[in-house]
Design a protein around this ligand. Structure first.
Ligand SMILES: [Zn+2]
Length: 137
């Protein structure tokens, strides 16, 4: 019974996250799928920095430090693997729909980010490096 209720809550939260929150976003720009991951990554890095700082100040015991650091590193690993998966997914999608992808020469020139200059093997909708939208050349 409790598990059933918990499952309903989880499903509700997921539906809310997927359908409601995107509509609530104030920006009319397309949602950048890397933005959330980049923000999470930045937050985890920030937490790791804070953690080290507090540990050096002697505010944390070595056990607390090690445990929290491990948690944060696990979170970081998940974000990085999610980012990789998303990159792969978007790369495949773009390759299927983009005419540029059928022409290797054009695809090559289109796969460089005009914002940060990062280069990718495939056309991406969003730069995997800086997360900004990438335009086909
Ligand atoms: Zn970029």
């Amino acid at each position: 019974m409790l598990i059933g209720i918990a499952a309903l809550i989880v499903i509700g939260v997921l539906l809310y996250t997927v359908f409601v929150r995107e509509e609530d976003l104030p920006t009319p720009e397309p949602v950048n799928p890397f933005q959330y991951l980049n923000e999470t990554k930045a937050r985890v890095y920030g937490n790791l920095r804070d953690l080290q700082f507090e540990f050096r100040l002697g505010k944390l015991s070595e056990d607390d430090y090690a445990r929290t650091k491990k948690d944060l590193q696990g979170e970081l690993a998940k974000v990085l693997s999610d980012t990789d998966q998303l990159k792969q997914k978007l790369g495949v999608q773009v390759a299927n729909v983009s005419p540029a992808a059928k022409n290797p020469l054009r695809a090559k020139s289109a796969a460089a980010c005009s914002h940060c200059g990062a280069k990718f093997k495939e056309n991406l909708k969003f730069c995997g490096q800086c997360g900004k939208p990438m335009e086909a050349a």
